[in-house]
Design a protein around this ligand. Sequence first.
Ligand SMILES: Nc1ncnc2c1ncn2[C@@H]1O[C@H](COP(=O)(O)OP(=O)(O)OP(=O)(O)O)[C@@H](O)[C@H]1O
Length: 358
Amino acid sequence: MPAIDVQLLRKDFKVQQNRGGLKGALQDLFQRQYKEVAAVKDISFQIPKGEICGYIGENGAGKSTTIKMLTGILVPTSGEIRVNGFVPYKEREKFVSGIGVVFGQRSQLWWDIGVIESFQLLKKVYRVSDQDFKVRLDELVQRLQLEDILSRPVRKLSLGQRMRCELAASLLHNPSILFLDEPTIGLDIVVKTEIREFLISMNQRYGTTILLTTHDLQDIEALCSRVIMLDDGRIIYDGGLEELKAKWGKGKEVFLDFDNPITLARLHELTAGLETAWELIDERRAKVLIPQDRVNISEVLSRVVGVLSIRDIKIVEINTEDIVREIYKSGSSNSSSNTGDNADITSEKEEKETIGHA
Ligand SMILES: Nc1ncnc2c1ncn2[C@@H]1O[C@H](COP(=O)(O)OP(=O)(O)OP(=O)(O)O)[C@@H](O)[C@H]1O
């Protein structure tokens, strides 16, 4: 039995429509008009036990709506869901004892009381025995370094401290499935890394199944062996991260610094017959885009390096951000949610280069 089994899952929302102008407002007062918005459109997927799966897509793609249905907060319009064998919005008590949920933007902890008191309340809610609670708490306190913050009220914690407490809270009852909605949002890189390491250790130690939505593709790279990508309520990719890269990736970009001035014509001449795209950066520097599936990178390099004197070489793998952006562009060409505004992603690209020297 898979941990999560979703068949033709759909959620339509009824949204109130406003007619314009005074006349429209008056009409609205007496007779409301509604339209249906399909947030999730008949999607199907299975997640086996012990898998960490990334659930990604642009704003408004339907990620949170799916998570809400999977955790029983929303009732689907149609379709089937089984999580741990349960229908999430039925059999609530049995169902919730097997899952943990963290919404990065919302807290499950009580704001004004000490963290430990929140934990004790959750112990009661989930009916965890004294002994299990102690063992579990000790482990979580140690792994998430909560020792010094346990007695503080949540409102006095930093975001990173709060998120570590949220994770502990979601795991106190030892659930086998963890749903995380943007768990690293707003956190600095150190805390992000700690949280990723913690999640990997939980997964390895207890076989915890994790479904994670994130806009942070580094989360995906660090954690997920599988990615489900949603666009406008539909799944447009479901598979491994490596296949995603191989399928959609454009290849490698190589930056070359030459000892002497160089021309485009000379570079084209040297790589004649190979499908490469050269660009001059300045008179001694050039970059070349090499499509991985069609051209062998060492062939290109040997033709150039053997002839011209090279000061430095930098190889940049077209990273997942770019690939995902490509997918968004092609996958959502009919979607109104695609803004095409990816400037911030582009600017990050250079920082995440993998640098190799030939
Ligand atoms: N309660 C609701 N009533 C009406 N429409 C809703 C409701 N919740 C979500 N929607 C709509 O459903 C669509 C999917 O929203 P959802 O929040 O699931 O997207 P998302 O992928 O989680 O986006 P984000 O990354 O911004 O959180 C959007 O068009 C949204 O406006």
